[in-house]
Write a protein that binds this ligand. Structure first.
Ligand code: PLP
Length: 445
């Protein structure tokens, strides 16, 4: 028997990324409250949140300072925007703080309400840049198969998810995709290093095929998140850097998941030693306490836009929203004061990754991998052949259900199980996560 709220939900709420008919049958789980790395549903079940919500609650739940600053800002000034010609104190301070943390060649921020809007902003800003540079033919964006860059029309088109492209006739024109560096899934007929180079070279082949004079930008996540925590072989980024240095195209690094400490650096471009022209940010910027995203813009791009561009006819009602900005600013202040990024690098991610590797011994696990505060396991039926757990790659869904029954949130991506816990998770909580993950694998076997 479903509760009154569940019935109301079935009648009126169309849920994102859901089969709403199937969901109505089972009744959606109602989440009531959360504290630290745990959340609780309306039936009193407690879960260890191995995904930090949707890769975003980096400070964990229940940070009163963030609620207080939102309350204070709402009382003082909940919203203002005089046709985009004004700013507010938290908005400007946030832009300045992000510029201080970003690589030295990036000093400006364009704010949006989400990561998807930020990638739409990239799409328009990059094309505008090339128009202003007198090269209007440079319009094509090169992305990668199985990338995730959002759910708006441009975001989903930039993304490389076939199941998203199938709905809505995507990608839109001017967006093409090259190989992903997914060695476990696609490259085991060669060494990991060779595969990294091969995957990277698919970018160069595409540039040559389209013509450098027609290519606007290459967009990539530093490690693919929603694609299954796909961590490129060591050779991959080195080869991509060689290619980017050779051709006159812009480089957009989508750090919506990676930014603000998840790799143990403030930004993953510092972790991988990359020099992007634009960085997409969202999620960890406010630890998910307020919806906010943005693009960090290099001087190279910003100078052209500002000096030669006149009006940039792009923006959102909630660009630089003062409450979201105040919360993001406080979130960054806490990350700094509590030295959370350093703690991730030196203490907690080495511990998480060491313990995560124990899962590699399980008969169901073909590979355990991770970096910083993300990790994945590949579910297999047979370790000697790495045959997938289920022919239709639905093994992850089965494993996810056992995890939920064990009070642990792990996310399935096909036959890959992934985690991305809050950055503040303690060693004891990691121990609990690992023992729940082991029990889940035993139950799945
Ligand atoms: N880019 C990446 C790498 C993401 O992981 C996501 C969301 O998961 C997005 C963009 C889209 O962000 P949003 O859901 O805030 O629109």
């Amino acid at each position: 028997m479903q509760s009154e709220l569940q019935q109301l939900n079935n009648a009126h709420h169309l849920q994102p990324f859901s089969d709403n008919k199937a969901l109505a049958k089972s009744g959606p789980r109602i989440i009531e409250r959360a504290q630290g790395v745990y959340f609780y549903d309306s039936n009193g079940n407690k879960f260890l949140d191995g995904m930090a919500g949707l890769w975003c609650v980096n400070l964990g739940y229940g940070r009163k300072e963030l609620a207080d600053v939102a309350h204070q800002q709402m009382n003082q000034l909940p919203y203002y925007n005089l046709f985009f010609q004004t700013t507010t104190t938290p908005t400007t301070k946030l832009a300045s703080k992000i510029a201080e943390l970003a690589p030295a060649h990036m000093n400006r921020v364009f704010f949006t309400g989400s990561g998807s809007e930020a990638n739409d902003t990239n799409f328009r800003m990059v094309r505008r840049y090339w128009d202003l540079k007198g090269q209007p033919n440079k319009k094509t964006f090169i992305s990668r198969a199985n990338a995730y860059h959002g759910s708006t029309v441009a975001g989903a088109s930039l993304g490389g998810m076939d199941y998203m492209h199938k709905q809505g006739d995507l990608p839109i024109p001017g967006i093409v995709h090259v190989d992903q560096p997914y060695w476990f899934g696609e490259g085991q007929d060669m060494s990991e290093d060779d595969f990294g180079i091969k995957a990277a070279q698919s970018l160069e082949q595409k540039i040559l095929e389209i013509g450098e004079e027609n290519v606007a930008a290459f967009i990539a996540e530093p490690f693919q998140g929603a694609g299954g925590v796909i961590i490129p072989p060591k050779t991959y980024w080195t080869e991509i850097k060689r290619i980017l240095a050779k051709y006159d195209i812009l480089f957009i690094l989508d750090e919506v998941i990676a930014g603000f400490g998840r790799t143990g650096e403030w930004f993953a471009c510092q972790y991988f030693d990359l020099k992007p022209d634009l960085i997409t940010i969202a999620k960890g910027m406010s630890s998910g306490y307020q919806p906010i995203g943005g693009v960090i813009v290099s001087d190279k791009v910003a100078d052209v836009l500002i000096e030669e561009g006149g009006d940039f006819n792009h923006g959102f009602t909630y660009s630089g929203h003062p409450v979201a900005a105040a919360v993001a600013l406080k979130n960054i202040e806490i990350l700094e004061q509590e030295r959370i990024v350093e703690r991730v690098k030196n203490e907690i991610s080495p511990y998480l990754q060491k313990r995560w590797q124990e899962l590699a011994d399980h008969p169901l696990v073909g590979e355990a991998r991770g970096l910083g505060m993300v990790a994945a396991i590949e579910l297999v039926k047979d370790k000697s052949t790495n045959e997938r757990l289920e022919a239709d790659c639905k093994g992850g869904g089965i494993c996810r259900d056992f995890a939920v029954a064990n009070g642990l949130v792990m996310r399935p991506c096909g036959d890959t199980m992934i985690i991305s816990p809050p950055l503040v998770i303690t060693k004891d909580e990691i121990d609990e996560l690992i023992s729940k993950a082991k029990k889940t694998l035993d139950d799945t076997a």
